[in-house]
Design a protein around this ligand. Structure first.
Ligand code: FAS
Ligand code: PHB
Length: 389
């Protein structure tokens, strides 16, 4: 088989890139190691920046998000027993949309199918080859049969544990990593959200986040130990702990119910540089990971897909390699600002084992400053709603 761009990974980065390339008239094939059902079953992000929603509209899949997504003008920071609202729309003129990553992935999958584009799920041993030559190729095994795809370019959209970044020679890549000494225990429940906007809570017992997927489905997180296991957190314990980390009004009005999903995610900041290796590009989690405190992971996957699709359109339409030559620097400039913001939000809101009493006080002083300073609130808001592409 031959295609112009072989995309490895059918998560948000790969699927959005595939649709953008399609509307730019650039043939592409997606190779995914799991089934579509498996990909859809993963509960992950829930918050889209306006720029991400615009990209969904651009590829013709924004209608369900526009119909079912919840536009939010602000968020609340809770600390020292009180909640303080950050008016993001007032500060930046922009909003964010609550619309689950699962729905984004489903919308993109359906659009890809409707366009008759080639997606190979359940592809085993997917391996990029010869991407440092003008004739890259990708091999894989499907139902026991080996296959090869010749292509012009490879897009490694295969997430943090994918094969693309792992295929780059050690001396050609530099990585930067910070692993946080805690995780997030997340729960999904068919209960009405405790508040109409998100609540990020700094508490002496640890961080908590109240978010949602709709007006009848809530998503909650509590900071947990790295060695915690889901089995140690029966629903009752989770709800009790969440209430203890919220202000009294939220704790009193919280509606609990049976969990329909419960999982623990580790937190890390990670960046690989560069994001281009000859004729192979990395996009999304394959190149970078942020702690979800800033809700940036999915949105960075979207901006990478946008930058890469525009660069490839320039290559094919204008016979210019300027775009692909500048892709890595352009994407990384936005990635690093999101890495910084996600680190800052995480540092301000979580309980760190070694922070001591002074560290807790400095966090409270920072939060007190942020919610009482127009400049500080505007800075938080413009990063949270998404810096320009
Ligand atoms: P993905 O990991 O989503 O997709 C990569 C795809 O490549 C997967 O389908 C995988 O099966 C496939 N793949 C991997 N190796 C392969 C191989 N060798 N061959 C073929 N295919 C291969 N972000 C937020 O903004 N907010 C959140 O709240 C949030 N919560 C998260 C919770 C968890 C538990 C995790 C793990 C991540 C969370 N994220 C969150 C980040 C997450 O949403 C990612 O940023 C987003 O999925 C990135 O999309 P992709 O880059 O497409 O990577
Ligand atoms: C979510 O809805 O899952 C979510 C929202 C905002 C975050 C993290 C997760 O910062």
């Amino acid at each position: 088989m031959r295609t112009k761009v072989a995309i490895i990974g059918a998560g948000p980065a790969g699927l959005l890139l595939g649709q953008l390339l399609h509307i730019y008239g650039i043939d592409n094939v997606i190779l995914e190691r799991h089934t579509g059902e498996y990909v859809l079953a993963r509960i992950r992000a829930g918050l889209l920046e306006e720029g991400t929603v615009r990209l969904l509209d651009e590829v013709g899949v924004g209608h369900r998000a526009q119909a079912q997504g919840l536009w939010h003008d602000g968020i609340e920071l809770a600390f020292a027993g009180y909640r303080h609202r950050i008016d993001m729309k007032g500060a930046t003129g922009k909003r964010v949309m609550i619309y689950g990553q699962t729905e984004v992935t489903l919308d993109l999958m359906n659009a890809r199918k409707a366009a008759g584009l080639t997606s190979i799920y359940d592809a085993a041993d997917v391996t990029p080859h010869d991407f440092d030559t003008d004739h890259p190729r990708v091999t894989y095994v499907k139902d026991g049969t080996a296959h090869e795809i010749q292509c012009d370019f490879i897009a490694g959209c295969d997430g943090f544990h994918g094969v693309s970044r792992a295929s780059v020679k050690g001396d050609a890549i530099e990585t930067f990593e910070r692993i946080y000494p805690f995780g997030w225990l997340g729960i999904l429940s068919d209960t009405p959200p405790v508040s109409h906007e998100l609540i990020y809570s700094n508490h002496a017992r640890g961080f908590a986040l109240c978010t949602m997927r709709s007006r009848s489905r809530s998503r909650y997180y509590v900071q947990c130990r790295l060695d915690d296991e889901v089995e140690q957190w029966p629903d009752e314990r989770f709800w009790d702990e969440l209430k203890r980390r919220l202000d009294q009004k939220a704790a009193d009005s919280l509606i609990t119910g049976p969990s329909i999903e419960k999982s623990i995610a580790p937190l890390r900041s990670f960046v690989a540089e560069p994001m281009r290796f000859g004729r192979m590009f990395l996009a999304g989690d394959a190149a970078h990971i942020v702690p979800p405190t800033g809700a940036k992971g999915l949105n960075l996957a979207a901006s990478d897909a946008h930058y890469l699709a525009c660069a490839l359109r320039e290559y094919y339409d204008e016979k210019s390699s300027a775009g692909i030559d500048s892709y890595s620097a352009k994407a990384l400039a936005r990635v690093w600002k999101a890495v910084r913001f996600s680190w800052w939000m995480t540092s301000m809101l979580h309980k760190f084992p070694d922070q001591g009493t002074i560290g807790a006080r400095i966090q409270l002083a920072e939060l007190d400053y942020v919610v009482h300073s127009k400049a500080a609130m505007t800075s938080l808001a413009e990063n949270y709603v998404g810096l320009p592409f």
